[in-house]
Design a protein around this ligand. Structure first.
Ligand code: FES
Ligand SMILES: [Fe+2]
Length: 345
């Protein structure tokens, strides 16, 4: 269940060096490396000679050399050297995947259609001076990547999965508003005049005071989700209010960019950006290792769910009003996959 003609995060740019990196993406083996001029290259990870994964070889100059008989491939995927033979067959090449570095991510295009730069998810917060980004290490999860959108689109789990950090029982007191376009779903709610969750109370110096809190999330097909979260002093929150006028403010986005590895596993890239306390090292820790701990609470849930879904795929399940948003996102994705497979996308 993958859309192939889309940009996915292949790696954080810091992961790509002159050591080959193997990563399976949408069920295809990919090898990633960086040339001497700093260009990140993604090739099919299988030598066209005797099928050894090229990731077991080494980067020599701007080429990737196979570790078996020494064939070398350039950044276009063409074989440029066969030791002991001067003539190189024209079909001696491997597939090259378009890549681009933007928003602190290395994006890869796996589909056959021409790579369309305008389709890179517009996660502009990662590159804006009012926002401070952080990109924790990717997490490899043994779960279907679609469970991640299900998870972040339903904020009612916060109360039970994250009770000591970003959870608060007031979430279900406030009905979410759901809107959508052809490729996006937005679910948002204000939680006015309630105790903020423990992590926000601390980050925003709210102490025991109540706050006006928001939690919104957008799904952008096929795989990106952006969570908007924060709180302000009571009276400064709610539709049409200027949250920036609040004396105290916690304001962040959490961006989920899961890249399918196989049908039952994914590479979960997630990033944070905050629009307050940029120069506070304690907040750097909070929105780095601290938020990773919060996400790890989800990882355990997601992998446990996957195990049950694999074991009991036909077991009946119940949906409630809070599943409307995730269900819309699933339908959107199914439509996109069907359209791509029938060639109408
Ligand atoms: S398998 Fe790669 S050079 Fe022979
Ligand atoms: Fe969560």
């Amino acid at each position: 269940m993958f859309v192939k003609n889309a940009w996915y995060v292949a790696a954080w740019p810091r992961e790509i060096t002159n050591k080959p990196l193997a990563r399976t993406i949408l069920d295809e083996p990919v090898v990633l490396f960086r040339t001497t001029i700093g260009k990140a290259v993604a090739l099919h990870d299988m030598c066209c000679h005797r099928a050894l994964p090229l990731s077991l070889g080494s980067v020599v100059g701007d080429a990737l050399q196979c570790g078996y008989h020494g064939y070398k491939y350039d950044a276009s995927g063409a074989c440029i050297d066969i030791p002991g033979q001067s003539k190189i067959p024209p079909h001696a090449r491997v597939k090259v995947y378009p890549t681009v570095e933007k928003y602190h991510c290395l994006w890869i295009w796996m589909g056959e259609a021409e790579a369309d730069l305008s389709k890179i998810p517009d996660i502009w917060w990662m590159d804006h001076r009012d926002w401070k980004p952080s990109t924790p290490d990717m997490a490899h999860l043994n779960c279907d990547y679609r469970l991640i959108a299900d998870n972040v689109l339903d904020a009612t789990h916060l109360t039970y999965v994250h009770p000591t950090t970003i959870g608060a029982s007031s979430i279900v007191e406030f009905e979410p508003e759901i809107t959508h376009t052809q490729n996006t779903v937005r679910i948002s709610r204000w939680m006015l005049n309630r105790p903020p969750p423990p992590a926000y109370a601390k980050a925003g110096d709210f102490g025991n005071a109540h706050a006006d809190r928001w939690a919104a999330v957008e799904y952008w097909a096929p795989a990106c989700c952006v969570n908007f979260a924060g709180c302000v002093d009571v009276g400064f929150g709610g539709a049409g209010k200027d949250i920036k006028a609040s004396p105290r403010r916690v304001e962040l986005v959490a961006i989920s960019l899961p890249t399918p590895e196989t049908a039952g596993s994914c590479h979960y890239f997630f990033a944070f950006a905050r629009a307050f306390k940029h120069d506070d090292p304690e907040m750097d820790r909070f929105f780095g290792p601290g938020m990773v701990k919060v996400f790890e609470e989800d990882f355990a849930i997601l992998e446990a769910q996957q195990r049950m879904l694999e074991k009991y795929p036909a077991a009946p399940r119940v949906s409630t009003i809070y599943d409307r948003g995730p269900a819309m996102a699933r339908r959107m994705l199914e439509k996109a996959v069907a359209a791509e497979q029938s060639g109408t996308r």
